[in-house]
Design a protein around this ligand. Structure first.
Ligand code: MN
Length: 321
């Protein structure tokens, strides 16, 4: 079968599990700039498949950020296509559009995508999508619990970290009773919330300097409803690897409805991380600039400097207030 836009057959949890059970040699693929959900999901899926006697390799277009290496399995992630392998299935996790999966020469085998991005482009043979779930890991946790799989501590930590990071540790509106139930069951099975929180909250001196720099640039439009912060070249050099974290700075300003973190990628390349605290659909807003994501969290790139990108961005963003 092949990878092409808009051809996936949507399937449910049971069929997705059947797909996993009926294949044996997996290549598991996540997205560029992997986040906590992506890293946790791919590691947990890897561990469960291996526990069931299957073979699985993990492949990400970018290295696992240091902060997520608290998951031991993350050390096994490849960033280049493993050579000499004969896979019979491709599984993409948390990857809404294939473009973000890296320019790999994927094997021509059966493919499944497990994802919670509403904007998923249906690029695999089969798609299991739950856009109301806070994280891809929330889907996986449910699937594993339903199948009666017992998971070791690292696997439980991976899923807990993944659900935690995508839900703002149960603060974002995507957090449901089911999200908390999955987190609760993971803790009961061995996940360590304090270990995960302490490791994720650790900050280097560079990160503190970076925080200061970004916080010093906060400014707003439309009576404070659109709040922008800059992560310029110097800040990106200090802690660019964790750039998404700094989107929380404009987001937490009182009265903010749309938060935007402008990240320096080049003289004429501005990457924007977007967060919505109320009704504004920043997934649609990002799509206006060729980006995408969720209703409440998304990203896009404008091929201009900060100062030229800003008026274009603000004009578009005002329509979503
Ligand atoms: Mn996710």
């Amino acid at each position: 079968m092949s990878l092409a836009l808009n051809h996936a057959k949507e399937i449910g949890k049971k069929e997705a599990w059947d797909f996993l059970m009926s294949h044996h040699r997996f290549l598991l693929v996540g997205h560029e700039h992997p986040d906590g959900d992506d890293v946790g999901s791919i590691c947990a899926l890897h561990n469960v498949l291996v526990k069931l006697g299957k073979e699985a390799d993990m492949l990400l277009p970018d290295p696992v950020p240091h902060v997520y290496r608290l998951i031991k399995t993350a050390a096994l992630v490849h960033t280049e296509m493993p050579e000499g392998k004969d896979y019979d299935a491709l599984v993409f996790t948390d990857l809404g559009n294939l473009e973000r999966g890296g320019n790999f020469n994927f094997p021509d085998v059966d493919s499944l995508c497990i994802d919670h991005h509403r904007s998923n482009e249906h690029y695999t043979d089969y798609l299991y999508l739950q856009y109301k779930y806070a994280a891809t890991a929330e889907m996986l946790a449910e699937m594993f619990f339903d199948a009666g799989i017992s998971m070791d501590e690292d696997t439980c930590n991976a899923l807990y970290m993944a659900i935690g990071t995508d839900s703002g540790f149960f603060k974002f509106s995507c957090t449901s009773a089911h999200t908390l139930l999955m987190a609760s069951k993971l803790v009961a099975m061995g996940a360590k919330p304090d270990y995960i929180a302490n490791r994720l909250d650790e900050k280097t001196e560079e990160a503190m300097k970076c925080y200061q720099l970004v916080a010093g640039t906060v400014h707003s439009y439309d009576d404070g409803k659109i709040v922008i912060a800059y992560m310029g070249k110097e800040a990106m050099e200090l802690d660019g690897e964790n750039s998404d974290y700094y989107a929380s700075i404009p987001r937490c300003i009182k009265g903010c409805q749309i938060a935007a973190l402008f990240k320096y990628k080049g003289e004429k390349e501005t990457r924007i991380s977007l967060r919505s605290t109320e009704h504004a659909n920043v997934g649609d807003l990002a799509a206006e600039f060729g980006g995408g994501g969720h209703w409440k969290a998304s990203g896009c790139t404008i091929h201009e400097s900060f100062s030229d990108a800003e008026p274009l961005f603000v004009k578009a963003a005002e329509k979503y207030l």
